[in-house]
Design a protein around this ligand. Structure first.
Ligand code: URA
Length: 209
């Protein structure tokens, strides 16, 4: 079973409080999501392998470490996942960014892929799927399906808020995927919103309320 990480770092928790607050406006909300995504990426990349190389400092030769040739791919689920990209790229500027767009079929209520554009060397990359909200889990499962059917071998999921229902759906469908969260909330309401959550992440990021 993949691991479930809920980051309790004080900076993440502090910023999350203001992300949740309904009085936080679009500009600050976007900034805070960006910052939290960066802090989460810092933790979620702890397992990147290192290798030793030799360099020369201005005063001596030194054996020091660099990341060992790992290629990363970020895959925001459109549209709210876009809000997490820049904060991670600030830390990992060489990461490639793919996109997956999903809509909900009005009859089956299942997410259906309408757009997918991913890096061509998909089998060689470690992917992090991004969506601020892991609610029912349907979109995350479908986005991971999109990556897998194109050959992705290594996939993590990073969300800011999750409902336990969504975590279970992802773990059942993709048991090997590690999930990274800033908060595991209480539940979903009848409209599919996470409680207490933060409202509609896409609307709050893009000011479309
Ligand atoms: N998507 C959101 O943006 N918010 C929720 O609470 C659930 C799904």
């Amino acid at each position: 079973m993949g691991k479930l990480y809920v980051f309790d770092h004080p900076l993440i928790q502090h910023k999350l409080t203001y992300i949740r607050d309904k009085n936080t406006g679009t500009k600050q909300f976007r900034q805070l999501v960006d910052e939290v995504a960066g802090l989460m990426a810092f933790e979620a990349t702890r397992d990147l392998p290192l290798e030793e190389i030799e360099i020369e400092t201005p005063v001596a030769k030194a054996k020091t470490k660099v990341i060992a040739g790992k290629k990363l791919g970020l895959v925001p689920i459109l549209r709210a996942g876009l809000g997490m990209v820049d904060g991670i790229l600030n830390l990992i500027p060489a990461a490639k960014v793919g996109h997956v767009g999903l809509y909900r079929d009005p009859e089956t209520l299942q997410p259906v892929e309408y757009y997918a554009k991913l890096p061509s060397d998909i089998e060689d990359r470690d992917f992090i799927v991004l969506d601020p909200m892991l609610a029912t889990g349907g979109s995350a499962v479908e986005a991971i399906n999109s990556l897998k059917k194109r050959g992705a071998k290594s996939i993590k999921l990073m969300c800011i808020c999750a409902a336990p229902e969504g975590v279970k759906v992802v773990q059942d469908a993709h048991p090997e995927v590690d999930i990274y969260l800033a908060a595991l909330d209480a539940q979903l309401n009848d409209h599919g919103y996470i409680i207490p959550g933060l409202g509609d992440a896409g609307d709050r990021l893009f000011g479309t309320k």
